[in-house]
Structures are given as C-alpha cells and as structure tokens.
Design a protein around this ligand. Sequence first.
Ligand SMILES: Nc1ncnc2c1ncn2[C@@H]1O[C@H](COP(=O)(O)OP(=O)(O)OP(=O)(O)O)[C@@H](O)[C@H]1O
Length: 355
Amino acid sequence: MDGGAADGTDFSAEFASERIVAAGADELERAAEAALRPRRLDEFVGQSVVRDQLSLVLQAALARGNAPEHVLLSGPPGLGKTTLAMIIASELGASLRVTSGPAIQHAGDLAAVLSSLEEGEVLFIDEIHRLARPAEELLYMAMEDFRVDVVVGKGAGASAIPLSLPPFTAVGATTRAGLLPAPLRDRFGFTGHLDFYSADELERVLVRSAGLLGVVLDPDAASEIAGRSRGTPRIANRLLRRVRDWAQVRGDGGLDLRAARAALEVYEVDPIGLDRLDRAVLTALCTRFAGGPVGLATLAVTVGEESETVETVAEPYLVREGLLGRTPRGRVATPAAWAHLGLTPPRAEGTLFDG
Ligand SMILES: Nc1ncnc2c1ncn2[C@@H]1O[C@H](COP(=O)(O)OP(=O)(O)OP(=O)(O)O)[C@@H](O)[C@H]1O
C-alpha cells in the first residue's frame, strides 16, 4: 500500500499492519476473513445507496443477458470492496478473476490475463490506481473496445496483432479514486463510493459474524465492540475474534459486555477506538504543548515515532473524529480531545476577563 497523503486523505496501512485497529489486513487475516464474507448482495450490511444502485445495474444486465458495465469501487481499506467484487460475480453467476495493480508489472502481464478471459467473466483489479502506465493504456482499450494488441517480436521487427476479447466486466477497487487518471475513470460505467459504517451497521456485521463463528454475542457487547471499530467492518471482525479469545481463555466462554471491555482493555483499544499511538499523540499535544499548535516533526519526536507514521497512521482517524486539527501553524488539539482525555484545556488568553 502506498504511504503519502498527496490529497490530504490517506488510507494507507503500510505502517499500520501490526496494529489491532489497522484498516489493512495481511495474508493470514485475509484467510480468516474469507469465512465471514457475505456472498450475496442482500447479506451485505449497510452502504444502502451503493447496494441499491449496484443491484439495479446487475439486475438490468441479467435481464438483458449482457455483461454489465464496468464497476469502480472506491473507499478506505476494510469497508468491503473485495467483498462486493465477489458478490458481483456471484450475483451474475460468473466466475471471478482476481489481480491487482502492483501484481501487474508489464503490459504483457495484463494482456495475458485479458486474453484468457472467458465470456461474461468478472475481472477484479484491486489497487487499480497502482497499475503501470502502459498496462493502464492497454486496459482502456480492452474495456472500451474489448480488444488488445498483442505485441509480437522485439525492436524494429515488432508488430502488434489485434486480438478481440469476449465481453467481460472489469471491477476496479481503489483507496485513492483521486489518483486515477480521468481516461481510466471514465471507462467505468458505474462508480460506487464506500463510506465508513455507522455503529448500528457495525453491530449488524458483528452479530452476523458471530453467528458464522458459532458464538453468541450479547447485544451490549456488540454495541461496545462496534463503538471501538472505527467505522470499519474489518476492524469490527478482528476485535470480535480477540473478544472471543478472551472469553475462551479468561472468561466463561460468553461474549458479554464484561468480556468485550476486558479484552479490548488488554489490546489497549479505548472506548472510541483509539489505540496506544493515537492516545500518545493526543496526550503529548495536550500535556506537553498545551494543545498546540506544534509542528508534526516535534510531535513525532515526543512520542518516539517517525513523522510519517504519526501523519499516516494516527492522524487520519484523529482528524476524522474531530480530535486533532491540522493548521498551517501546526497540529492542534480540539476541545473534544481534551474532553476525551479527561483534561482541562488552559484558559485562552483574552478570555481571562470574559464574563
Ligand atoms: N458490508 C459488509 N457486511 C458484512 N461484512 C463486511 C462488509 N464489508 C466488509 N465486510 C467484512 O470485512 C472484511 C474486509 O472486507 P474487504 O476485504 O471486502 O475490504 P476491502 O475494502 O476490499 O479492503 P482492502 O482495500 O484492504 O482490500 C471481510 O471479512 C468482509 O467480510
């Protein structure tokens, strides 16, 4: 995953993969997730707008007996893009081919995948914003004209042989829709943007997952875990597995409120989903710098982290939750940050004699 925050929004999980509240997942976790994936659109919780729109696109295509238009799914990691791609294929009764931007090094790699597609297949390209330029250009042509030029030979003797492709549906997923070049974006007939889930939706995700894991989750435990899951089903499912561990090893096996709170305390995930690093940043900002403004580099040194880690791992969620502000003069703690830490902000100068 990429690291920078060129557009001010960063969904990177590069540094975050070991955190319990990381939005990204490693291979091992993806295997655990597979069992919890909804298989049909009506099992997919939340995202009602995208779900409804997608359902229309798919039903219309099925009724016409055509492959549907290409679909672009955008949004932060862990919100269900891969799951939706799998659902699209299964709703269409089509098989799914999976690849990703980073896996395609050369245009030839993509040409090989495209030329082996069968009619109606769904081609899922994860992290599509990371495709190399020549592959991207090949993809435009394939998506628009169902054709690729296969280059035979090398140098001056090379020639391009046009090869027509059967109709297929490309499903692209990206965490950074803004990074997609317009010509590529324009080739998608339908774009769905996934947003963070409400606590209520996450509770439904958790209850469903608990059922699949064969455990009973008390409603107040579901609500407790949902509140700490940062709007992200992947995090909710991960916390659920940790609570299940706690209940099995230290509790009586029941997934109740006590087990949820105790387990999440062990993993240092606080009631609004902040972890140790998030809290260290906020605490330093409030107690060492009187709430700021303070420069990123100084703040990072104070918590013993790289600036990039603080910026890409901790800050996006703190900003999203309205706990930290990024100003031209540096980082500032908001009144909500002081309140969350149970601290009283120093009285601002000029308000001393107010009232
Ligand atoms: N709407 C949903 N309902 C139920 N479970 C969901 C939903 N969305 C995601 N999940 C679960 O969350 C986990 C992560 O989802 P998924 O892999 O689809 O996310 P993603 O957006 O593709 O993430 P990434 O960009 O990191 O690949 C999966 O286990 C999936 O089952």
